[in-house]
Design a protein around this ligand. Structure first.
Ligand SMILES: CC(C)(COP(=O)(O)OP(=O)(O)OC[C@H]1O[C@@H](n2cnc3c(N)ncnc32)[C@H](O)[C@@H]1OP(=O)(O)O)[C@@H](O)C(=O)NCCC(=O)NCCS
Length: 181
């Protein structure tokens, strides 16, 4: 799957992306609220290698896409979509941008394309995201996409040794189609 927006291309991660991916995913600020944080370049290489054979819409799988600038092809981040075992279940996403590329609307641009594809070509009914409420840029991003806060789970699980709250945002196909988000 390859999606193109006005400034971005979303396509497969390549073995040659490993160093860049490692540098931003291991950045403590980018990794602060994330479950996966590569400790070594090798872990980043394995992460990319594990994706080679994954097809979108495969039940019970994470499907990862690179986020690249159309102008110059630089890798600026990545996003993952989790397709649940139930083919009618809700699709979850997560996204990371390298620090120099945050605050410029790239995440919302990439995710708008992903939502349009999920509700359009894939015909999915519901997409959601899970966020730590202290992650203000992510909370703003999800609201800007027109997603609704559905749940707030206090001290829901342990992340890097601390109990963290978990907020669920979601959007339905009919909500997406009724906006020009
Ligand atoms: C979550 C994350 C991807 C959000 O990135 P972001 O850059 O804030 O989000 P966007 O790309 O949509 O940019 C929005 C910001 O760009 C600004 N902006 C600038 N140009 C813009 C444009 N052309 N269009 C839209 N927004 C624009 C907006 O005003 C907004 O700024 P503000 O937050 O100061 O109001 C980023 O903070 C990140 O990678 N964090 C670390 C990983 C993480 O925690 N991921 C969450 C897991 S779900």
């Amino acid at each position: 799957m390859k999606l193109t927006t006005s400034r971005l291309v979303l396509d497969a991660l390549r073995p040659s992306d490993a160093e860049t991916l490692f540098s931003y995913r291991a950045d403590p600020e980018v990794a602060r609220f994330q479950g996966w944080r590569p400790a070594t370049l090798h872990e980043a290489q394995e992460f990319i290698g594990a994706q080679v054979a994954v097809e979108p819409n495969t039940p019970d799988s994470w499907f990862q896409r690179a986020i690249r600038l159309r102008d110059g092809d630089a890798l600026i981040g990545d996003l993952g979509l989790y397709f649940p075992a139930d083919p009618d279940g809700s699709v979850e996403f997560g996204i990371s941008l390298a620090r120099p590329y945050q605050g410029q609307g790239y995440a919302s641009e990439a995710l708008r394309a992903v939502l349009a594809w999920s509700f359009g070509e894939l015909g999915r009914q519901r997409v959601h995201a899970s966020v730590d409420p202290r992650n203000h840029p992510s909370m703003s991003l999800l609201r800007a996409l027109g997603m609704r806060q559905e749940a707030y789970y206090a001290k829901a699980f342990q992340l890097h040794g601390e109990w963290v709250d978990d907020v669920i945002f979601a959007i339905l196909a009919r909500e997406w189609h009724s906006t020009d988000a």
